[in-house]
Write a protein that binds this ligand. Sequence first.
Ligand code: ATP
Ligand code: MG
Length: 573
Amino acid sequence: MVTDKEERPHNFIRTFIDEDLASKRYDRVATRFPPEPNGYLHIGHAKSICLNFGLAADYSGLTNLRFDDTNPVKEDVEYVESIKADVRWLGFDWDDRLYYASDYFEKLYECGERLILSGDAYVCDLSAEEVKAYRGTLTEPGKNSPYRERSREENLDLFRRMRAGEFEEGAKLLRAKIDMASPNLNMRDPALYRIKKASHHRTGDKWPIYPMYDYAHCVSDAIEGITHSVCTLEFEDHRPLYDWVLEKLNWPEPRPRQIEFARLNLEYTMMSKRKLLQLVREGLVSGWDDPRLPTMAAIRRRGFTPSSIRLFCDRIGVAKKDSWIEMEWLEKAARDDLNPNVKRVMAVLNPLKVSIVNFPAGDPPRIEAPYFPDEPGKFGHRELFLTPEIFIEREDFMEEPIPGFKRLVPGGEVRLRWSTYAKCVGVEKDGEGNVTGLKCEMNPEPVGKDAKGKPARPNIVHWVSAERSRPVEVRLYDRLFTVAKPAGDLAGELNPDSLVVRKDARIEEAVNDVSPGDRFQFERLGYFMADPDTAAGDRPVFNRIVTLKDSWAKGAAGAAKGAGNQGKRDRKE
Ligand code: ATP
Ligand code: MG
């Protein structure tokens, strides 16, 4: 079980729990995470997982993992396994408390008979369309079903025959007998059981009838002794039904208490299972684990750590009102989590060759550079090699600099990270005028002067030796959509730059034997993790997890200003 050091903020759910413990309604806390095994989990589910497991942990309680497998048509064991893996990856453990709503099918059926016997449920023969028509609207009451007054004996007989498989799909329903005029549509004789001639991934063909979610959920919670049944806001209007079922079953106290919170909406991405499936099906992303997606599989592959996701979930907290969370929260959590834990190394993503014209004869100078400059003892040192040919980032040179550009320009100087100053003394071009390389002079001290005649303080750029670096592929991931709150027009709203692949990037020689999952900070560029593809190809593949700074906050118009900010950042090094 995870115990995070950062104290979780107080929230309204904890207030409820505190009240319930103080009033002795419960003497312990038990929560559950109840996924339906009909798709892959996403970061919204992570919020629910962290909340349920986190609440229980804070009160020394327990959390069950329960698969809500009441709809055999959409569910699959493949999803069961992936959901279990995701919960474990996040750092949570349900010990031996792994349950399935289908474990309770017999008990649920028995409760159905009890509701019939107490006069609270009846078998209805209306067709799906008729049920809908009889239901009424928000402004008009519904109409009683003509089957509502069947005798208990007849209802019991019909329900038993439904179970025996005598009727066709859709021919009958077991319905709660509540109130067709209720202002809450969920209380207008909702269905409790339907006929479905489908094979279930756990119970096979044993059951031709399946309980509805609203009925199965509260009874499952009650069977497991859940105290606080935490769910998302859309179930608020279902709470009266949740309580009604347990009341009519005369379930012994203390019964579980349903509490709703606002689901996570994250900007620049989307959580809809249907839309995610469409992205995958239409090949707009490479699969369920495409690192641009908000699925847990994708988040893992991109390189986010479980602790960064927990940190994110703790920081955003829980609210009672729907809202959108800025992507920056997730990125900030990733940076804060990775910052103290990974080595800094140098890589060049878009290499521009630099020939050093005054390179001294003899062995290349050796440079000892700490892997973690703030605390050099932390991860030790590695050796860097300055050689007659090096690579710098193409973006760190501008032949005709835009205003505010503070890096290398013809005749200008920069400092090579951990090494000498370099002055640009020549620009090489191909026949079309594209810059193909630079000539630089190396100097132990800057040679230029600033406007006041003092020695210049050139900005620092990262570099790698041409000879003593190795090729790597780098995949730069960015936000999936160009709009903060995508409306669902996938083609129009997808960010065409959400993936940029640099196949000819280079990394310093010290980074060898890269295994999938290895994480680094590439200085000035961001945090990166070696992708599983590393194992298959001839060169390591790195995914960018997150940049070092929020580059979106400034917006597109800030691009030129961004170059200036980069300058400030450089000097700080
Ligand atoms: P669907 O209703 O289409 O099956 P779902 O996302 O609700 O999708 P579930 O498997 O039912 O999927 O969800 C499991 C749990 O995760 C539920 O308790 C649900 O409330 C919670 N959950 C789902 N999406 C979010 C979200 N975006 N934020 C917080 N919790 C969520
Ligand atoms: Mg759901």
